[in-house]
Design a protein around this ligand. Structure first.
Ligand SMILES: C[S@@+](CC[C@H](N)C(=O)[O-])C[C@H]1O[C@@H](n2cnc3c(N)ncnc32)[C@H](O)[C@@H]1O
Length: 234
């Protein structure tokens, strides 16, 4: 049984508390603040400055916050151009072995907090998307969720430009921060693909380096000293 409770973080946005793991899904200093800092600014903006259309893999879909923030970022980048040929496109695959109950997902306050009430329907679609099938959330954003542990994921058709590595911490989910996992990720990423994570532990950084990633420590979000960005070497 995977029991989760909604909790309001310091910036006013929701997160979840997983009672079994005794861990929050985001920083209690601000869920939206943390996700924007780690995944959108250090990951998405960085990669979109190098490549127009990209494939993203998220390890741990959880609340779906990173999907909605990514879609918002894409929409505002694309709003600048009228020409449909020039628009950036995103394919977003998310892994989640413990999907949220729909009743819980629709209680999360992200669309109100981010002032995008028109995305409520899309937010709901994220949480009832079929397992393993791509759906188009917008004309420039395709999404699929895979309801399995990443250890069992074997879609080798898509190569990823960007990985949001948002698993629970190494203390509670040690099996996801291993050489086997980072080697598997390296094998399904494009050369120069980017992986971002909130975790900056030395052991995690050294494990990534053993798997052919170049790592850099970046300033962390409020409440956290550092985060990691890793580039897959060709
Ligand atoms: C830190 S929380 C999720 C954060 C999420 N990105 C969000 O914004 O809500 C970690 C997520 O990883 C999921 N998870 C647990 N084991 C996993 C596994 N083996 N593979 C992929 N995801 C896993 C958990 O169920 C949880 O939803």
């Amino acid at each position: 049984m995977n029991t989760v409770k909604i909790f309001k973080t310091e910036d006013g946005s929701h997160t979840l508390f997983n009672e079994k793991k005794n861990e929050y899904y985001h920083s209690i200093h601000g869920a939206v603040q943390e996700s924007k800092h780690v995944f959108i600014n250090a990951g998405l903006e960085f990669k979109l400055s190098q490549k127009e259309s990209i494939n993203i893999l998220e390890i741990g879909l959880g609340t779906g916050l990173n999907v909605i923030l990514t879609l918002m970022h894409l929409n505002s980048a694309n709003a600048i151009t009228d020409d449909s040929i020039l628009k950036s496109k995103i394919k977003y695959h998310a892994i989640e072995p413990f999907p949220l109950a729909h009743e819980t997902a629709i209680e999360l306050n992200y669309c109100e907090f981010l002032d995008v009430p028109h995305l409520k329907d899309i937010f709901s679609q994220i949480h009832c998307a079929p397992d393993g099938y791509e759906i188009s959330l917008t004309e420039t954003f395709d999404f699929a969720r895979y309801l399995i542990p990443f250890q069992d994921y074997n879609n080798m058709e898509t190569k990823y430009d960007l990985v949001y590595f948002d698993a629970f911490s190494p203390e509670v989910e040690p099996g996801l921060w291993t050489e086997a996992i980072f080697s598997k990720l390296a094998s399904i990423m494009e050369p120069e693909g980017v992986l971002v994570t909130y975790c900056s532990k030395g052991i995690v950084r050294r494990t990534m380096q053993m798997c052919n990633f170049n790592t850099e420590r970046l300033k962390g979000p409020p409440g956290k000293h550092e985060m990691l960005r890793a580039i897959a070497m060709p």
